[in-house]
Design a protein around this ligand. Structure first.
Ligand SMILES: CC(C)(COP(=O)(O)OP(=O)(O)OC[C@H]1O[C@@H](n2cnc3c(N)ncnc32)[C@H](O)[C@@H]1OP(=O)(O)O)[C@@H](O)C(=O)NCCC(=O)NCCS
Length: 153
C-alpha cells in the first residue's frame, strides 16, 4: 500500500490504455473510449483515480499506473443537487486491499462537500463484492422499478 495513492480529477491522455483496461474489467462489452470522451465526462463529474506509484511502473507510467477509478456525476433536480456513482472498478490484481472502499468513501466525502442531498447508484445483484461494498458504506436498497430506454446500441 506504500505506493498506492488516491487522486481527484487526475487523468491524462497517457492513462487511456489503463482506463480502457479497467472498463473491460467492468464490462467486457464496453467499447474503447477516447480522450475526448473522458474530457467530456469530466466536465460534469469528479473522477477518483487510484494510482500505483511503485518504481516498477515509473518508466511506463511516470505519473503512476491507474489501477482503479470511480466517477461521481453531479446531478441537479428541482428538489436539489445529488450525485450518481458510476464505473466503480479496481484492477483484478489490486482487489481486496480496501481500494474500492477508499474510492467510494472519497466520492461520498466530495458529495457532502459539494452540498449534494444524496448519492445514488445501481448495481447488478450478481456483482456480489460491489453490493456488499455499497451496503457496508450505508447505501440503502430502494424498492423501485428501474427503467432504461435504449436509444443507441
Ligand atoms: C467492487 C470492487 C470495486 C471492490 O473493490 P475492492 O478494492 O476489491 O474492494 P475492497 O477491498 O475495498 O472491499 C470493500 C468491501 O467490499 C466487499 N468485498 C470486496 N471483495 C469482496 C468479495 N470478493 N466478496 C464479497 N465481498 C467483497 C466487502 O464488503 C469489503 O469490505 P470488508 O473488507 O470490510 O469486508 C471490485 O471487486 C471490482 O472492481 N469489481 C468488478 C467491477 C464491479 O463490479 N464494479 C461495480 C459496478 S456497480
Amino acid at each position: 500500500m506504500k505506493h498506492i495513492k488516491l487522486h481527484e480529477n487526475h487523468l491524462f491522455p497517457e492513462d487511456l490504455a489503463d482506463i480502457n483496461k479497467l472498463l473491460k474489467q467492468l464490462n467486457p462489452d464496453l467499447k474503447k473510449i477516447n480522450w475526448e470522451h473522458i474530457k467530456k465526462v469530466m466536465k460534469n463529474a469528479t473522477v477518483f483515480v487510484i494510482r500505483d506509484h511503485s518504481p516498477r511502473h515509473k518508466k511506463s507510467s511516470p505519473r503512476g499506473k491507474v489501477v482503479g477509478k470511480t466517477l461521481l456525476v453531479h446531478g441537479q433536480k428541482f428538489a436539489g443537487s445529488y450525485g450518481t456513482i458510476h464505473d466503480v472498478v479496481v484492477d483484478e490484481k489490486y482487489r481486496g486491499m480496501g481500494l474500492g472502499k477508499m474510492m467510494t468513501k472519497e466520492a461520498l466525502k466530495k458529495a457532502k462537500k459539494l452540498g449534494m442531498q444524496h448519492v445514488e447508484l445501481t448495481s447488478n445483484p450478481m456483482r456480489i463484492p460491489a453490493n456488499k461494498l455499497y451496503q457496508s458504506l450505508g447505501f440503502e436498497k430502494r424498492d423501485t422499478n428501474f427503467y432504461k430506454y435504449q436509444i443507441k446500441k
